[in-house]
Design a protein around this ligand. Structure first.
Ligand code: NAD
Length: 256
C-alpha cells in the first residue's frame, strides 16, 4: 500500500507488528513511542520505518511529531493508535494516579493523535484512522475497570470522529483485540503461580469464578493477527467501512 502510516506504540507488541506489516507492504512508517530506544532499534532493523519518539499523553509532543513527520516524510495517509497502558487491580484499590495515567494514554492519547492527524487529513479529504482498543471495552472485567473504561472512551471517540469525518471521505475504525502475546500480556502471566505457560493456559481456559469466558478458538492471538485486521481496515479494500468495531479475540466475548 502506498502512503505514510503513523503508528503509535510502535516500539513493541502489537504496534511493532503493525509497523512491520505496513513496511513489508511498501507503506512508509513513522514509528511513534515514548520508548525512544525501542523505536530507534525498530527503525534500524527495517527499511521504510522512521523513529519518532513522543509521549501521546502530551498534546504538544504529539503536535510536534505529526508536524515533523509531515514535513520530513510527507502527508500521513493512515494513523494507527496503538499506544496503551494497563494497570490491573480492584477499583477500591485504584489510586488517583493509576486512573489518571490510564486515561491520559489510552483515551486522551488517542484524542491527541487523532485530532492532530485528522486536521491535516481533512484538508486533503483523504485518510484512514484505526484505533486499537480492547475487547475489555465491551465486556465488564474484574480488576480492569479503569483500563476497560478508558478503552470504551477510545472506542466511542473513534466512532464519533468517524461520523464527523465521513463527509471528507476519512474513515475511522476500531480493532478490539482479546488476549494477545505481547509484553503487556506476558506481564499478567508472570504473576501466575504456575509460571507464564500456566498463565497463558488459564487465559485460554477462562475463569468462571471471575465471570470470564475463555477463548473458543483455543489460542492466544499473535500480534500479527491484530496487525492483519488493522491493515485491512486501513486499506482501500475497506473503503466502504467506517465506525466499525472489529473484534479479534478468538471469540472470547462470544460476539466476534
Ligand atoms: P505493550 O505494553 O507490549 O506495548 C505498548 C507500547 O505502547 C509500548 O511500546 C509503550 O512504550 C507504548 N506506550 C505506552 N504509553 C505510551 C505513551 N504515553 N506514548 C507513547 N507510547 C506509549 O502493549 P501491547 O500488548 O502491544 O498493546 C498494544 C495495544 O493493544 C494497547 O493499547 C493495549 O491496551 C491493546 N490491547 C492489548 C491486548 C493484549 O492482550 N496484549 C489486548 C487488548 C488490547
Amino acid at each position: 500500500m502506498d502512503g505514510i502510516a503513523l503508528v503509535t506504540g510502535a516500539a513493541q507488541g502489537i504496534g511493532r507488528a503493525v509497523a512491520v506489516a505496513f513496511a513489508a507492504g511498501g507503506t512508509r512508517v513513522a514509528a511513534v513511542d515514548r520508548d525512544a530506544d525501542g523505536v530507534a532499534k525498530l527503525a534500524a532493523e527495517f527499511d521504510g520505518i522512521a523513529a519518532h519518539p513522543a509521549d501521546v499523553s502530551s498534546a504538544a509532543q504529539v503536535e510536534d511529531v505529526v508536524a515533523a513527520v509531515e514535513a520530513g516524510l510527507g502527508p500521513i495517509t493512515v494513523l494507527v493508535n496503538v499506544a496503551g497502558i494497563l494497570r490491573t487491580g480492584p477499583v477500591l484499590g485504584c489510586s488517583d494516579a493509576d486512573w489518571a495515567d490510564t486515561f491520559a494514554v489510552n483515551a486522551t492519547g488517542v484524542f491527541h493523535a487523532s485530532r492532530a492527524v485528522a486536521r491535516r487529513m481533512r484538508v486533503r479529504r483523504a485518510g484512514a484512522i484505526v484505533t486499537v482498543s480492547s475487547n475489555a471495552a465491551g465486556v465488564p472485567r474484574a480488576g480492569m475497570a479503569a483500563y476497560a473504561a478508558s478503552k470504551a472512551a477510545a472506542t466511542h471517540f473513534t466512532k464519533s470522529l468517524g461520523l464527523e469525518l465521513a463527509e471528507y471521505g476519512i474513515r475511522c475504525n476500531v480493532v478490539a483485540p482479546g488476549s494477545t502475546d505481547t509484553p503487556m500480556q506476558r506481564a499478567m502471566w508472570a504473576g501466575h503461580p504456575g509460571g507464564p505457560a500456566a498463565g497463558a493456559a488459564a487465559v485460554v481456559a477462562g475463569d468462571p469464578a471471575a465471570y470470564r469466558s475463555g477463548i473458543p478458538l483455543g489460542r492466544i492471538a499473535e500480534p500479527e493477527d491484530i496487525a492483519d485486521a488493522v491493515l485491512f481496515l486501513a486499506s482501500e479494500r475497506a473503503r466502504h467501512i467506517t465506525m466499525h468495531d472489529l473484534y479479534v479475540d478468538g471469540g472470547a466475548t462470544l460476539r466476534a
